[in-house]
Write a protein that binds this ligand. Structure first.
Ligand code: CP
Length: 317
């Protein structure tokens, strides 16, 4: 269980988790430390604690998801919460009900936390302003995916023991990636040295102001990196237009065994999933010794347990 007798007195003041941009370094460290305590529970025979007994978590996903939705459901169940999954395809969303009305009805049904994924940037923030219960952003458009950022950072810290001073490369569609944004906000706050690598057209103007270095040369980028986080090409959006030949992207930016030979031997390879094998990375790399992709997925449960735990604490104040 989470120890409240730690050296520093944890303080969590947020009703919602909307993005890592809005958290302090201390908030992020508190979530990572708490996730560390919860991670151990996942390896027990009885993987359950009573921290959220009597609470109800509603997963409201307007976009497809495997990892995030299932991970939030497992996280809530490991904390003994009741969980409801709303499939928007078979809900009153199909009759035209707005996000705010749906959220207010979920609140009237006495839920405690809404986990929302939406294709519009800012959707989670808007919902949070319209309900008194907690809202967790499970990915909103191109804006943020804060629990993905947290689980990536948690995985890096678990593997390498620190974040401060690490060289981390994020490669792929920086412009349209909520995962990139959450990683950048979080990692920069914790002192990592970040490089983003992408074709010119997929680098948003002014990204350097977030505290990152920009390059288009993947081999140069990974040559001194401790970790490379490989983003998914979002072909369900508009990237066919940018890269009609997927092979072309793979040739210039794909992470392959040959490329890893020129990087540090122990470089960590991450991917938020789902992977486009043979586009962002080779299958050999995805399943290889440097890959921590499935560890990220497992760690995501612990991180989401920490988020649900602290939001439920804030609600009680
Ligand atoms: N990483 C991630 O958000 O995956 P899903 O879309 O499957 O939730």
């Amino acid at each position: 269980m989470v120890s409240m007798t730690a050296k520093k007195k944890p303080k969590w003041v947020h009703k919602d988790l909307l993005g890592l941009e809005y958290l302090s370094t201390e908030d992020i460290e508190l979530l990572l430390d708490t996730a560390g305590s919860f991670r151990e529970i996942l390896d027990r025979t009885i993987k359950k604690v009573p921290a959220l007994r009597g609470k109800t978590v509603v997963n409201l996903f307007y976009e497809p998801s495997t990892r995030t939705r299932v991970s939030f459901e497992i996280a809530a169940k490991r904390l003994s919460a009741d969980v409801i999954n709303i499939a928007t395809e078979t809900s009153s969303v199909k009759k035209g009900e707005t996000l705010n009305d749906t959220g207010r009805n979920i609140e009237a049904l006495k839920a405690d936390i809404i986990v929302v994924r939406h294709d519009c940037s800012g959707a989670a923030s808007m919902l949070a302003r319209h309900v008194d219960i907690s809202v967790v952003n499970a990915g909103d458009g191109w804006h943020e995916h804060p629990t993905q950022g947290l689980l990536d950072i948690f995985t890096l810290k678990k593997k390498l023991g620190r974040i401060d001073g690490l060289n981390v490369v994020i490669v792929g569609d920086i412009a349209h990636s909520r995962v990139a944004r959450s990683n950048i906000w979080g990692l920069v706050k914790l002192g990592a040295k970040l490089t983003v690598c992408a074709p010119e057209i997929l680098i948003p103007p002014g990204i350097e102001k977030m505290g990152v270095r920009v390059t288009n040369d993947i081999e140069e980028a990974i040559s001194s990196a401790d970790a490379v986080n490989v983003l998914r090409m979002q072909f369900e959006r508009d990237e066919k237009a940018v890269f009609p030949q997927q092979l072309e992207y793979f040739k210039r930016f794909g992470i392959t065994g040959e490329r890893l030979k020129k990087a540090k031997k122990d470089i960590i390879v991450m991917h938020p999933g789902p992977i486009n094998r043979g586009v962002e990375m080779s299958s050999g790399v995805a399943d290889g010794a440097n890959s921590v992709i499935l560890e990220q997925v497992t760690n995501g449960i612990a991180v989401r347990m920490a988020v649900l735990f602290w939001l439920s604490q804030a609600r009680r104040k």
